[in-house]
Structures are given as structure tokens and as C-alpha cells.
Design a protein around this ligand. Structure first.
Ligand code: PAF
Length: 283
């Protein structure tokens, strides 16, 4: 498997593939790969001749320098995991910050029609400008036909769909279902940093989401929100940052339920100093 650290190398490799009419998929990641990432790569392998996997901890999407510093970096292990999926169909792009940002590690400013101001946008300043910047850059470098993103970052997925629509980027975006541990905890590279007692506590997040979904069948969004906030106010280890029921398309918080709309519940929780997010389809 080729592991490229410079964009010129992968640009060349992809050009050669495209000259042979190969269909190319892209799975952007920040590494510390887990089964959720591998499911994205497997899906991409089924639908493309070749799959580029980018492994890059993107500094511009972090609003907390400690979180950036502590983000797990496990390139060798990641490459070994990818080898188990395919020895010859995957290309890895694992650049340095300089290779991507060329000395100017700053974000572009984006207008995502308001999607960027909800939820994660409120709590992580500049996050979606950073995500938009890196994803647009990866699309320009790899020029994939298809790209794959997990629904755990549902807001990110909607924003990337908006990015390609507004910037006329010819990439087909596919969202893939959340991968969970047997306990229900959504898989995340950050889970590896959880101390044992927090790892044991964290499945409470999904358990609460599934009950919230049941309650939403008969109760208003504000009643469900109140119930969830209560669950966390009594919790010793987990601290709720937000729970929001929103329109799955606009991501605007629901005021009055309508049968015609599709809703999703979104949650962010601190387990010690580690921030975990999750979401669930409600109808
Ligand atoms: O979802 C992620 O891991 C990152 O936000 C992404 C899309 C790879 C951009 O850095």
C-alpha cells in the first residue's frame, strides 16, 4: 500500500489512475482508525476502483489547543489496519501540516446558509470553517468521484453537502450510519482517551438517546429535552453540554412538531475533559 506524505505524489498517482478510467473514492479521516472508519473504507472499496484514505489531524478545526495536542496519532497502526482491508486498492495520504497549509495554517471563511451556527458551531468556535477548509482542499488534491463521511458527525455531513453544492464541487457525498460498540457507545477516536470509569459510564449517552426517541413519540420536544437534562443533572461523571431536537435538514431546533418533518436528536457530553457527541434519528 502506498503511503504518501506529499500532495504532489498523490496528485500524480490519482492522475495516472484517472487516465485509466479508474473510479476513485475518498475517505477523509484524522486517523486513530476504528471499526467505524473501516466500515467507511469497506463501503468505498465496494463502490470504487481505488480508495484514497487521508489521515490528517487538521489543526484549524480545533478550538482547543489541548484537545489538538492530545488527539491520538497512530499512523503505523492505522496503515496496518487498512492493509487488512486491501493490499493494493488503498492509497494513504498522510501529510504534514505544511504540506496542506503551505505555511499559512488558517481557515477560509464559509457561508453554509446558517447550518454552521447551530449546535457544534455554537460550542466550537471556527470549527466548521476549519472542516470546510480541509475537506475542500482534500477534494482539490484527490479529486475523488465519491467521498464518504460518518453520520456520527451529522452536522458536518450536512455542511459538507452544502460545501459541494455552493462551490460546485463534482463529488458525490455518501453518509454512512453510526458504528457503535456493543455497549451502544458511538465509536470515536476520542474513546481511546477515556479513563476506565468514564468508558463504563459513557454508554449512558446512547441509552438516554434511545429513551428520548421513545418519549418523543408522545411528548413535545421541550418535554423530552427537560427529561434528558434531568437525567444528566443526576449523573456523577457525565456533564451534558447540549441536547437538541432539530429538523434533520435545516438543523434548526424544533419548536412545534410536524408529521411532515424529519427530526433528529443531537447531544454533546463531557466525560472528564473528553467531549463526546452522538445523535439519533427520531422519526
Ligand atoms: O470527521 C473527521 O474526522 C474530520 O472532521 C474530517 C472530515 C476528516 C476533516 O478533518
Amino acid at each position: 500500500m502506498e503511503v504518501y506524505s506529499e500532495k504532489q505524489q498523490i496528485i500524480k498517482a490519482i492522475e495516472l489512475l484517472k487516465a485509466k478510467s479508474q473510479i476513485v473514492g475518498l475517505v477523509p479521516t484524522m486517523g486513530a482508525l476504528h471499526a467505524g472508519h473501516l466500515a467507511l473504507v469497506e463501503r468505498a472499496l465496494k463502490k470504487n476502483d481505488r480508495v484514497a484514505v487521508s489521515i490528517f489531524v487538521n489543526p484549524t478545526q480545533f478550538d482547543n489547543s489541548d484537545d489538538l495536542k492530545k488527539y491520538p496519532r497512530t499512523l503505523e497502526k492505522d496503515v496496518a489496519l487498512l492493509q487488512t482491508l486491501s493490499k493494493d486498492k488503498i492509497l494513504v495520504y498522510a501529510p504534514t501540516v505544511d504540506d496542506v497549509y503551505e505555511g499559512k495554517t488558517v481557515s477560509e471563511s464559509f457561508d453554509f446558509d446558517g447550518l454552521e451556527f447551530e449546535m457544534e458551531g455554537k460550542f466550537r468556535h471556527g470549527h466548521f470553517d476549519g472542516v470546510g477548509t480541509i475537506v475542500k482542499r482534500l477534494f482539490e488534491i484527490v479529486k475523488p468521484h465519491n467521498a464518504y463521511f460518518g453520520e456520527k458527525d451529522f452536522q458536518q455531513l450536512q455542511i459538507i453537502k452544502k460545501l459541494i453544492e455552493k462551490h460546485h464541487i463534482p463529488v458525490k457525498i455518501e453518509g454512512c450510519p453510526i458504528h457503535r460498540e456493543a455497549t451502544g457507545l458511538a465509536m470515536s477516536s476520542r474513546n481511546t482517551r477515556l479513563k476506565p470509569e468514564y468508558l463504563e459510564a459513557a454508554p449512558f449517552i446512547y441509552k438516554t438517546l434511545t429513551t428520548a426517541k421513545k418519549i418523543f413519540g408522545t411528548k413535545s420536544a421541550s418535554k423530552v429535552t427537560e427529561w434528558v437534562e434531568n437525567q444528566f443533572s443526576n449523573h456523577d461523571l457525565l456533564e451534558l453540554e447540549y441536547f437538541i431536537i432539530a429538523d434533520a435538514k435545516t438543523l434548526k431546533p424544533v419548536k412545534r412538531k410536524s408529521n411532515k418533518k424529519v427530526y433528529r436528536a443531537f447531544i454533546a457530553v463531557y466525560a472528564d475533559d473528553i467531549r463526546l457527541i452522538d445523535n439519533i434519528a427520531l422519526n
